[in-house]
Design a binder for this molecule. Structure first.
Ligand SMILES: CCCCC/C=C/C(=O)SCCNC(=O)CCNC(=O)[C@H](O)C(C)(C)COP(=O)(O)OP(=O)(O)OC[C@H]1O[C@@H](n2cnc3c(N)ncnc32)[C@H](O)[C@@H]1OP(=O)(O)O
Ligand code: FAD
Length: 675
């Protein structure tokens, strides 16, 4: 028996796909260990997939696109109940990575009735509730005795938290907070699973004590009766209706009518209100934004996974789809042979790897900050906020673009829901908006960059943190790409640093210059904001490249190192071409150097070609997780597309009631009027 490097090979698969796998030069299990950041976790993912494969009750009863929203919610609740009951047989207790994989396999990406419970409710209680409060609520939440969400955004305000309208006014006499929604625009709007599923929420409201506004604070709020699930008195609640995607999650609305909760329902790990109304300040003004930072830190990996879903589908399909000839004397080629197809897909494969490596670093930093904050050290909060603000914006933006490219790379069949591309796109693109609209979050990073630029300008570069130390370094006069005998990644990194530094200092100059000319700070900020956001993007893209370089340097297995080095070459050349305006405008890179970069790009497209399928197989998504006829592991696309179409609800009968009711009479009357 031949042992192939690609572990996805099975007998009976589409031979065109098998041929791709045979050319793979590295072990896909070992690559999975890189992607999932540990050999143990990659193995556990496979074991969980196998357990699920053997339990038909955990499989979809029919393809998601054939279900109504109500059916999907029912089906998802059925499976959620089963995985809750059998969780300890499938995953290690309280292992969030394993839970994430279990959810993706069994429940899928369209959400489920407890999505926000795990993503935000439990993290908010973990980070913001006092020990005593955790004893009361966290254990019950973890045991799923109660279901909760995170209710912050309102109909009128999502970004600007200082202007939320929901108030929590302290009543010293009863030692209660009175929650109130004064207007329609003050209704909570968007929180996931608020609509129909949750009976509790961590609610963000402006806290008033003795007439003074203390700004947004978080409160644990019961919403529905624990036994009957009926809304409690004083609560108006419901679902906000269907969205572009993510429709198994019941995003909801919520209004309070002078609704009272005990004083002790203010989450009091870092902030306190004493019975007499005395306010005890937290160690950092934004400490209660931790649930958002939690999601921003973890969504980088989540977005990389969704991008890789789409790329797995498109790359596998491009290996079985034959259309047209390159040499007219030869048979039709796999569409993956076209350079345009490779150029559409491979740079995004490289980006997906870059994102997952950057995501792993971000989670590490998040966990460190969480531990430090628990001991009262808040010194890294600003760095984490800046990093995650930039990464969530850049990664979600390119993820959405990449998924759309992957869909188009599948031609007509990419437009069918059998590809599952539209759902993957719809869910992923939500990441550009939720957890802080991308432009707004780039501007948060820009604040950090402008402060750093100001240190550089005032000769205090030694005070720069490690993420921005390059801003204080001196640049070469021109890029050394193609100017040294062995151009390596260092020349590219220096070029990206030069571009990001120049744009940051330029944008900061513009901002400071406007103020010097007499503009008020917020006006100067607004007038500089496009340039500032450009700086934020370039800074973040530099960080992503550096994270990729760091990872490749760590890899010991020579076969993995070689292919990851190829991907990194592709990445740096593609990125540099994509931002070439910045490189050219001050002559740091010349047009002849860009020609070199282009040649390198085409070289690496061709070099990666034999490994393309193995690179996407390495993410080890099962068919159940991908939910795509085009992306099937076995490559048997056409017969299954036909079977899928035949299963369409419209094909249950030959003649639809709409035909009987309207089309037949219409045609009959048209025929009659002709007589
Ligand atoms: C799988 C699908 C799941 C989907 C789940 C989705 C859930 C959600 O979407 S939940 C709702 C998420 N909502 C948001 O993300 C709202 C976005 N807005 C904000 O985060 C904030 O309003 C803001 C950061 C844009 C501004 O906050 P504000 O309090 O008004 O800030 P100030 O202007 O007073 O101060 C800015 C100052 O604060 C620093 N800062 C802000 N956030 C943090 C933080 N988390 N950690 C540390 N520091 C923070 C910021 O850096 C500024 O510092 P300086 O420049 O030094 O002043
Ligand atoms: C799928 C999904 C799930 C969600 N889940 C939750 C949840 O569970 N809980 C929850 O509380 N919320 C949730 N939200 C809400 C989400 O967090 C907000 O929609 C998001 O933070 C954006 O706020 P907004 O809708 O007010 O956008 P707006 O701020 O109204 O944005 C509109 C436009 O204005 C621009 N803009 C706004 N302010 C500025 C500024 N200061 N400078 C420059 N430009 C600006 C934006 O860039 C954007 O182009 C969810 C949203 C989605 C789509």
């Amino acid at each position: 028996m031949v042992h192939h490097q690609n572990k996805a090979i099975r007998e009976g698969d589409n031979p065109d796909l098998t041929a791709e796998r045979v050319t793979g030069t590295f072990d896909t299990h070992s690559m999975a260990a890189q992607i999932y950041n540990s050999e143990a976790h990659a193995r556990r993912r496979r074991e969980i997939t196998e357990i699920i494969a053997k339990r038909p009750e955990l499989h979809d009863t029919k393809p998601f696109p054939f279900m109504t929203r109500e059916e999907k919610i029912l089906e998802s609740s059925r499976k959620l109940t089963l995985i809750t009951k059998h969780m300890n047989e499938i995953i290690e207790p309280n292992n969030s990575n394993e839970m994430f994989h279990l959810n993706n396999e069994v429940l899928g990406i369209e959400g489920h009735p407890m999505a926000l419970h795990g993503i935000m409710f439990i993290p908010a209680l973990t980070a913001q509730a006092s020990e005593e409060q955790q004893k009361k609520w966290l254990t019950r939440a973890i045991n799923r005795e109660i279901v909760g969400t995170y209710a912050q955004t309102e109909l009128g305000h999502g970004t600007n938290l200082q202007n939320l309208e929901t108030t929590a006014t302290y009543d010293v006499a009863t030692q209660e907070f009175v929650l109130h929604t004064p207007t329609i625009t003050g209704l909570k709007w968007w929180p996931g699973n608020l609509g129909k599923s949750s009976n509790y929420a961590v609610v963000v409201a402006l806290m008033f004590i003795k007439g003074k506004n203390y700004g947004p604070h978080t409160f644990m709020v019961p919403l529905r009766d624990e036994k009957t699930h009926q809304p409690l008195k004083g609560i108006t609640i419901g679902d906000i209706g269907p969205k572009i995607a993510y429709n198994v999650t019941d995003n909801g609305f919520l209004g309070f009518d002078h609704y009272r909760i005990p004083r002790t329902n203010l989450l009091m790990r870092h902030t306190r209100v004493e019975p007499d109304g005395t306010y005890v300040k937290p160690p950092h003004a934004k400490i209660n934004y931790s649930a958002m930072v939690h999601v921003r830190s973890h969504m980088i990996t989540g977005q990389a996974i969704m991008l890789s879903y789409a790329l797995t589908i498109a790359t596998r399909y491009s290996s079985v789809r034959r259309q047209g000839q390159i040499d007219t004397t030869q048979p039709e080629v796999k569409v993956l042979e076209y350079q345009t197809q490779q150029h559409r897909l491979f740079p995004y494969i490289a980006r997906a790897y870059a994102f997952v490596f950057a995501g792993a670093e971000t989670v590490k930093l998040y966990e460190r900050v969480l531990e430090e904050v628990a001991t009262g050290n808040v010194s890294l909060m600003a760095d984490l906020h800046a990093l995650t603000s930039g990464l969530k914006s850049v990664v979600s933006h390119y993820t959405a673009q990449g998924i759309e490219q992957a869909r188009m790379a599948c031609g007509g069949h990419g437009y069918s829901q059998a590809s599952y591309m539209s759902e993957i796109f719809g869910v992923a693109v939500g990441g550009c908006t939720y957890e802080g609209e991308n432009m707004v979050m780039l501007l948060q990073l820009a604040r950090y960059l402008v402060k750093s630029a100001s240190l550089v300008k005032t000769g205090q570069s030694s005070k720069l943190g490690p993420l921005v130390a390059y801003l204080g370094a001196k640049s070469d006069s021109t890029s050394l790409i193609d100017r040294t005998p062995t151009t390596g990644f260092a020349e590219y990194v220096k070029t990206f640093q030069h571009i990001a530094r120049r744009q940051t200092l330029k944008a900061a100059d513009k901002f400071f210059g406007l103020m010097e000319k007499g503009e008020k700070r917020p006006i100067a900020w607004n007038k500089s904001s496009v340039e500032l956001n450009r700086a934020s993007r370039l800074h973040t893209r530099l960080y992503i490249v550096e994270a990729f370089v760091r990872r490749v340097e760590e890899v010991a297995d020579p076969r993995l190192k070689e292919v990851l080095t190829d991907l990194l070459h592709l990445h740096v050349n593609y990125e540099l071409l994509d931002m070439s305006t910045y490189a050219l405008e001050d002559g740091f890179v010349s047009s002849s150097q860009l020609d070199y970069v282009r040649d390198q790009l085409y070289f690496y497209l061709a070099k990666i070609r034999p490994n393309a399928v193995s690179l996407v197989d390495s993410w080890e998504f099962s068919d159940q997780e991908l939910r795509s006829v085009l992306g099937r592991r076995d490559g048997h696309v056409y017969e299954n597309l036909f079977a899928w179409a035949k299963a369409s609800p419209l094909n249950k009968t030959d003649v639809l009631p709409s035909v009987d009711k309207y089309l037949k009479p219409l045609m009959e009357s048209a025929r009659a009027s002709k007589l």
